[in-house]
Design a protein around this ligand. Structure first.
Ligand code: ATP
Length: 255
């Protein structure tokens, strides 16, 4: 079956004009097919966050074209863009940022209340998601009563409740212990496989990247390499380490 490119970046250049002009991305081409789970890796300052901000339309490129499901965000006005972003993207960050006064359930449904969805539909979606995320037993808890993994799973629920086309994750396991990180990565992988949601994840962690189908390595704002998983996760992990060692720089930069 032919794959549908949900994201196309063509010759993206991003120049930050400050006291010092900095070219953060340089003529970068990148496509993501619907249903892919992709990691973006690279040393500190290589342009990963800039790339994610351009994909998420939070920032616009200086040159080049972005197409998301065939739509060019640059052609939308402010309100259209805000709506486009809300409809199409789910965000998961390193800082989990749940609202402390709301329960797990309320945190998850919050984005839906903006869309004015009927309560019955909200209830149906939350029940299904809570089951997938194994949050059913703790829906009434507040964030300070959750483990790190449970809190991040709640944040993943919040990112998924409006059924976005694309999940954008910036170091989603950065603040988690290894057991919670594994929980969250298995969950993202499960959602990717069962729902077909496309996921793009920036990470410094080769273990996290090994859960993906493809890893894009960037260096100095350009694509350095790209590898696909075609075997066991352990072997893929080893290949990721090999590319990271070729990327050079200080290994501590990569943490
Ligand atoms: N608003 C800005 N103004 C000027 N320069 C910026 C701005 N944002 C980022 N940069 C520069 O652009 C380059 C790429 O930054 P970016 O945050 O995309 O890197 P990164 O790969 O995400 O790094 P890290 O892993 O440390 O988060 C860096 O050299 C950074 O200093």
């Amino acid at each position: 079956m032919p794959k549908n490119a949900i994201l196309k970046l063509k010759q993206i250049t991003k120049i930050y004009e400050g006291k010092v002009i900095h070219r953060a991305l340089n003529r970068l081409d990148f496509e993501a097919d619907e249903g892919e789970f992709i990691a973006i890796m690279g040393p500190s300052g290589s342009g990963k966050t800039t790339l994610l901000n351009i994909i998420s339309t939070i920032d616009m490129p200086t040159y080049g074209q972005v197409l998301i499901d065939g739509i060019e965000p640059e052609s939308l006005n402010g309100n259209e863009l805000a709506l486009f972003r809300r409809r199409n993207f789910g965000f998961v960050f390193q800082d989990i940022n749940l609202l402390q006064m709301l329960t797990v359930e309320e945190n998850i449904v919050l984005p839906l209340t903006l869309d004015g969805l009927p309560i019955s539909e909200m209830k149906r979606r939350i029940a299904r998601l809570a089951d997938q995320l194994t949050l059913t037993e703790i829906l009434n808890r507040r964030p300070d009563e959750l483990s790190g993994g449970q809190a991040q799973r709640t944040a993943v629920g919040r990112a998924l409740i409006h059924k976005p086309k694309l999940i954008l994750a910036d170091e989603p396991t950065g603040n988690l212990d290894s057991k919670s990180a594994k929980e969250v990565l298995e969950l993202l992988s499960h959602i990717n496989q069962t729902e077909g949601t496309t996921i793009i994840m920036v990470t410094h962690d080769p273990i996290a990247a090994s859960y993906c189908d493809r890893v894009l390595f960037i260096k100095d704002g350009e694509i350095f390499n790209e590898i696909y998983k075609d075997e066991r996760r352990q072997t893929f992990f080893q290949r990721i380490l090999n590319v990271l060692s070729l990327l050079g720089g200080n290994v501590h930069d990569l943490r």
